[in-house]
Ligand binder design. Structure first.
Ligand code: PHE
Length: 443
């Protein structure tokens, strides 16, 4: 067979911004602040940074090593380094891309809708009732389709012309908006109370197992790890890239945006005295409480609300692109399809799979748990074992372009022992938890 030359990123900046675009998404704004508030404020942030460094960065570097080394999409990359025995893991990655994008795009559809509301009429106090109508049914499905269409259009336009161009254009805008909103939030009366809650340091809350599970799950979701997204992006890299530096930069940027997003969300909610209304659900703060805050800000609230949801759309879009790219790259490599056809067909299939999530937020929540707790954490564990024990000389691969780095043997030691131990421990609890959630849904 005659393969056309593999696509490549046009610059380091393009690759890094695309990877940061994958990492920064709904997870940063939707879940990070919520988990932090629930699990002891700054104490949780410390734990989260620890997990990111000890588990997240090693697995990220592992994905980059497999991707750049093999120059192949996930299924073929795993077979290339591990033999056909590892093929099922590649299929699992593609399945994870399917599953996550199917509900991620539903939530992204809500943000499209909200940006529209801010622009056209502004939010008012009935937003809680409106949300229950917006979040499910044909409305939700329609906006989910619109968002999927945008994602397909970008991925269909190629690595350079679609994915990289979008990231170069939109990611700086996202950074500007999030920083600008954090500055604005700090000027609100009563912002201090928000910071007090966000950054209250309660180390006693860390002593529960659930906190560790949530921190690990969030780190994997937020860094787009455990399903081959970063692997696929790295497969378009040349040999001159310094993978350790890139992985630190990606993890650092992801962390920074999550942290700054908390500096937006908390002061706004607390300045307006809406804290009692932060419901137990993760989406409550974002789609109900915060818009109520925007409603109370009057005309300014429309601008601030629009900017906030515009930033969310950008984050969601650049993440969705990476999810779809895993499926599209695998289809192109596996079936020899041209990119455009692969993008359209995969997009339609994923849009259809999202139907139940658009119909019920309970289904959406359970699919999220399955994807996060089982697919990503399980995938991460398998990847660590793969690079730690199976792949021949991974250190030689990451050393290319990074000759001076001295901690690679420590990296491999982590992949061999520490990462599997931590993830194994987390999964030991995450699996029954997820199972119970599935049972609850059906009972
Ligand atoms: N990292 C993205 C976010 O935080 C979600 C994502 C997960 C994207 C897995 C790709 C792969 O929103």
């Amino acid at each position: 067979m005659n393969h056309p030359a593999r696509e490549q990123w046009s610059s380091r900046r393009g690759f890094v911004l695309a990877a940061v675009g994958s990492a920064v998404g709904l997870g940063n704004m939707w879940r990070f602040s919520y988990l932090t508030a629930e699990h002891g404020g700054a104490a949780f942030v410390v734990l989260y940074i620890g997990i990111t460094l000890l588990v997240g960065v090693p697995v990220l570097l592992a994905e980059l090593a497999i991707g750049r080394g093999s120059q192949r999409s996930p299924i073929r990359a795993l077979v290339h380094y591990g033999g056909r025995r590892w093929m099922p893991l590649g299929f699992l990655f593609v399945a994870a891309g399917f599953l996550i994008l199917s509900y991620y795009s539903v939530i992204a559809g809500w943000t499209l809708r909200y940006a529209g509301i801010a622009l056209v009429s502004g939010f008012d106090s009935t937003i809680a009732d409106q949300f229950s109508e917006i979040a499910t049914g044909w409305d939700a499905f329609a906006f989910h389709l619109a968002f999927m269409a945008g994602t397909v259009a970008i991925v269909g336009s190629g690595v350079k012309g679609g994915i990289e161009r979008t990231a170069l254009l939109l990611m700086p805008i996202l950074f500007l908006i999030v920083c600008g909103l954090a500055v604005y939030a700090s000027t609100l009366d009563g912002a201090g109370r928000g910071y007090d809650v966000y950054l209250a340091t309660d180390f006693s809350k860390l002593l529960s197992f659930r906190v560790l599970k949530d921190a690990a799950g969030q780190a994997f979701f937020s860094l787009s790890l455990g399903m081959g997204a970063m692997l696929t992006f790295a497969s378009y890299l040349g040999r001159d890239h310094h993978l350790p530096n890139d992985s630190m930069l990606i993890a650092g940027a992801d962390l920074a945006v999550a942290f700054v997003a908390g500096l937006v969300v908390f002061p706004m909610i607390f300045a307006l005295g809406l804290s009692e209304q932060v419901s137990g659900s993760t989406v409550g703060a974002l789609f109900i409480t915060l818009p109520q805050a925007f409603a109370e800000m009057g005309a300014v609230g429309r601008v601030v609300g629009f900017l906030f949801f515009a930033a969310l759309i950008v984050g969601a879009l650049t993440s969705a692109v990476s999810l779809l790219e895993v499926v599209v790259a695998s289809t192109m490599d596996g079936l020899g399809w041209p990119r455009r056809r692969a993008a359209v067909v995969a997009g339609i299939a994923i849009a259809a799979l999202g139907f139940p999530s658009a119909w019920s937020t309970e289904v959406l929540g359970v699919v999220d748990q399955i994807a996060n707790n089982l697919f990503l954490l399980g995938g991460g564990l398998a990847l660590a074992v793969f690079v730690g024990w199976v792949m021949r000389d991974p250190i030689a691969q990451v050393t290319i372009g990074a000759e001076g780095v001295r901690w690679f043997s420590l990296w491999r030691f982590f992949l061999r022992f520490a990462v599997p131990a931590i993830l194994g421990f987390v999964l030991f609890q995450a699996v029954p938890d997820t199972w119970n959630a599935v049972i609850d849904l059906f009972s």
